[in-house]
Ligand binder design. Sequence first.
Ligand code: 13P
Length: 342
Amino acid sequence: MAENQLYRTAQALVVPGKGILAADESDGTIKKRFDSIGVESTEDNRRAYRELLFTTKGADEFISGVILFDETIRQTSSLGTRFAELLASNGIVPGIKVDKGAKPLAHAQGETVTEGLDGLRQRLEEYRGLGARFAKWRATYSVTEEQPSDYCVWTNAHALARYAALCQEVGLVPIVEPEVLMDGPHTIERSYHVTARVLNAVYTELFDQRVDVAGTLLKPNMVLSGYNAPDRAGPDEVAEWTVRCFLRHVPAGVPGIVFLSGGQADEEATANLNAMNARGSHPWQLSFSYGRALQAPALKAWGGKAENVEAGQRAYYHRAKMNGAARTGMYAPEMEREAATA
Ligand code: 13P
């Protein structure tokens, strides 16, 4: 049954102890990441870097799935194996980013709507043929005193649900990603309020558009203080507000919530996830789908040099292991130091 397959894929992605690597940076975003280490963003360099991540030995102990970008799902490793196949042969589920990015929303200065619905059904079929078993679509919402507007919240919710329904039709698990951005000086209470409004709209649209939430995953922001807030909440407070928000607004039938890191420092993202899981069991798995928080130390250690591939892989393996520990609430900051001296 098609539904059973969706459920099985969703559950495999949130199996205890593991989470998702987001390696689906668009051309513009990967260029920014490479600029930060002084490496030119050529197709060869992008392939070499992604190969470093995907061939890290033992990463499959902590990584259940990887989100790829269009270019990457079509690429092969230096040994000639397609990346999607290489991941699948290590028991890692390949996924694909399918949105075309957040674009200015008409008549709404400073707000965005995510595009990519035109031709999506055909693109999803093609990606399935290339080995993808799940997909991702990201909507973003800025927080100011006036934003996000109801217009922005509902327009993005509608698009997320249209995407999710199309995914399920072709047997791909949709990762539904509404990201409330944490730039600005807002309080954690404001973050809670905006996240709650966004989730309410997203689940209303998902139900109205007949999406089976048991065959989806949610990829949200954590409820944090704004990055420029004077007194930023620590992990216990973040866990308290985040879990409260999701208990009120996410159906228990959703198999997993896979947080994005969204610009948190890597150890901060690990500590916050750990604090949530340390509070006991929840209706859904609480996991990670981190981009920067899994990759930043690896990118730096690699620095674009072939002789640093092993150092990059060690750094990636370490962050994957720390986040794997955070899946069960067993992470402690001392584990960072132990690994550094091992
Ligand atoms: P970050 O963890 O770097 O926020 O990336 C996750 C992601 O996939 C954003 O769409």
